[in-house]
Design a protein. Sequence first.
Length: 242
Amino acid sequence: MDISEKIMFLIGGLFFVLIGICLLILSLEDLKLFVNSKQKRIGSINPGEKVFISGYIDDHPKLYSPVTQKKCAAWEVCVYSDNGKNKNILLYSSSNENITITDEIDSISVNIVLNTPFNIIENIPVKSVLQISQKHTFRDHQNTFSKFRDQRSYDFLEEYNFKKVNLIGLGRQLTIEEKKLLAGDKIFALGEVIIDGNQKVLKAKLASDSLFSQISMIIFLLGMGLILLIVGLGMCQQVFLY
């Protein structure tokens, strides 16, 4: 192995190590959130506690999804390009309205803090407090040879000044997906109980309609992080052995 090959191998190894460490930190932070949260009924929680609660979405304020303008309790919107190998997120956002969760005996308002409002984020994964795992309720697609089927897709992208064509004037390969949660949908939330005014509120670190998908994602990220870290360290080791 000559010097140029060693340098390239070392750079590649360090890159895998860095990505592996980042994935491990992310997965361990999420795992720590679950471990440090006590599963409790809504009626038994106290201010200052870090808890895990579950129940159903109670009645909600007048909230409408941004693409289809349908009444809902919460929503998620993602715009991405997909070339068959890579899915690049171009725009992501979710609602930040409080959600009321009830276990049919007691109820509590869950504060959902929005990360960034409709920022265009090129190729950067987004981690939001609200995670809706269920299948999209709206999906529309365009590419160079076909247009969006629904006028609401154009209206949405136009409102947020999103570029629909590339530099030579041809349609970009874009997919819009919208997910919604409605009153009565099952949901769980993790976070710290605080007092807002004279009422208890859960300041959520995570709220989702699927516990299984969240646990599966933690296990996947943990596994990928370990694999990339081991591969990267192995590549670095090879540089000094040969």
